[in-house]
Design a protein around this ligand. Structure first.
Ligand SMILES: C[S@@+](CC[C@H](N)C(=O)[O-])C[C@H]1O[C@@H](n2cnc3c(N)ncnc32)[C@H](O)[C@@H]1O
Length: 257
């Protein structure tokens, strides 16, 4: 494959903004590893190690909090029946500012957990937040960082353990890896098992709705259940690439077969 072809494949796989940042700084062996093995912990450990410097900067896949705030914040309404704060998970948080920004901007009490398979990313985020002392909008809100393979999400959080899961680029990373598509389906089912009845999974992606809606409806189905309910909204176009927000909910209990 010529270098130009590799660049085009990477462009499609990783998204334009990501591509720009990565190719400006990475050498080609990491690029190749990213294209093929974005489902592997070792790839991400290497990525975050090679991107870290004494001057920490959040790395954003696709785009940052400002592009998604109008999709996320309106969903953060307190429970009507219980006093339990909303629990939000940024799944595969990397070193993105998304989770900390939700903690900073939610006017209702939230517990935000930022989880990633890479202990390097988790350590960088813990150190950054400790140094920056970010203040929440709601005084009782909490922010935490967790090393977690999201395939183990249900074992960690349990049924009804989460109210909102945000996924910016993580499912895309799994789906576009050589061996990752089975893992991606497993992760979607774990999300739906872990969410409260009224909870939602938001996936931000550049994948076309023709492909992603069908995939989510199929993969979000547990045996004996109806498909997950999926809606899509356009986030916008950035540097010629169109991005979408896929919103996934479990089927209502009354609809179970
Ligand atoms: C494309 S990056 C997106 C990072 C971040 N969400 C953002 O918007 O910048 C994918 C992230 O998913 C993480 N990841 C990959 N597989 C994972 C898994 N099985 N469990 C948890 N995180 C995973 C990677 O370490 C990486 O940080």
């Amino acid at each position: 494959m010529s270098p130009l072809t590799v660049l085009k494949v990477a462009h499609r796989s990783l998204g334009t903004l990501t591509l720009t940042s990565i190719f400006a700084r990475q050498h080609s062996s990491l690029t190749t590893e990213l294209i093929e093995n974005m489902d592997k912990k070792a790839t991400w450990d290497r990525f975050y190690t090679e991107n870290s410097s004494s001057n920490f900067k959040n790395f954003e896949w696709f785009f940052g909090f400002d592009s998604v705030r109008d999709f996320v914040l309106p969903l953060l309404q307190p429970h009507t029946r219980t006093a339990t704060p909303l629990h939000v998970l940024d799944m595969g948080c990397g070193t993105s500012a998304l989770g900390p920004s939700i903690y900073q901007h939610s006017s209702f009490q939230v517990t935000v957990t930022c989880a990633d398979i890479s202990p390097i990313a988790v350590r960088l985020m813990r150190e950054h937040v400790a140094a920056k002392a970010i203040e929440p909008h709601h005084p009782l809100s909490m922010l935490g960082f967790l090393e977690l393979d999201c395939r183990e999400m249900f074992a960690h959080f349990g049924a009804d353990g989460l109210d909102l899961i945000v996924d910016k680029g993580t499912t895309d990373a799994l789906l576009r890896s050589k061996d990752g598509s089975g893992k991606a389906g497993h992760v979607v089912r774990q999300c739906l098992r872990t969410l409260r009845g009224s909870g939602r999974l938001l996936q931000f992606s550049d994948e076309d709705p023709d492909a992603r809606l069908l995939w989510l409806e199929t993969e979000g189905r547990e045996p004996g259940e109806r498909p997950a309910q999926v809606a899509v909204q356009e986030v916008g176009e950035l540097r010629g690439v169109r991005y979408y927000c896929y919103q996934v909910t479990s089927p209502p209990v009354a609809e179970l077969l």
